[in-house]
Design a protein. Sequence first.
Length: 312
Amino acid sequence: MRLETVSRDLADSPVSGPPAVGRRLLVIRNPVAGRRHGGRFARIMGHLWSLGCKVTVIETRFRGDAEAIAAEIDPDTVDVVVAAGGDGTINEVINGLKGRDIPLAIVPLGTANVLAAEIGLPLRASSIAKTIARAPARRVYLGDANGRRFVMMAGVGFDAWVVATLNPAWKRVLGRTAYVARMVVGLARYRFPKYRVTIDGQAYKAASVVIANGHYYGGRFTCAPDARLDDPDLKVCLFRRGGPLAAVVYALWLGLGRLHKRKDVMLVPGRSVRVEGPDAEPVQGDGDLVASLPLTAGLDGDGLLLVMPAHQ
């Protein structure tokens, strides 16, 4: 472990409170994702210390650093790894933890925080801390996209193009508005190719594809209402129509929560997915660029121990 990146051990804080007898937590924090939430992050860390947790914080320095840090963790020294950042930070951490059964908890500090919505993580800092300190870890399924794990979804088509071409500086400054602005630009620039999709041996054609492991998409929007993290089937959303007008219509129906009701949207359950189209077309996973076509997707064999509220 890179000890020089450890900001401090909150168990050694002079603030009065109980001794550190709770969970040993290693917090991997993306300071860029959490820049607007620095006060909230500090409150959550304070609550964790007051609950008796031994907390060590490591801040990431560049893209991919969270994955590298997670890959170096000694399982004998940590009870729970905490990913503090957006869904992209969580994606890096789950890939770094591949092959080891170290439970993961999350502190949502990103733009969409889709996984936090999926597991019903409370909003209050004190409640988030109680979840991390006391809630059980349950095994959930993860998806695999060309060897890279994802927890919520993988996408091919217009949404992947938006993710791949979005300026990170816009995202930091504008948040979700940056995605909307890029979508508007993409309506004129994107080529809207067709894709060949094979799901458990059955062939389909689509203008865009979302492979859902959870039912939320882009925040609290619903793409595949029956998808659940504890369900071994992926839910593949096939958008049959292409072009700028279709993209706008799909976005409107997504916002209304009725996207799955459209006749030109198919939801197909499956465990083995193959997507073919123009070579090197981007594939997004959990809101970040993770692969390119051709895509072979399915379930990750290990899954993940995820700390989540007990009501889930």
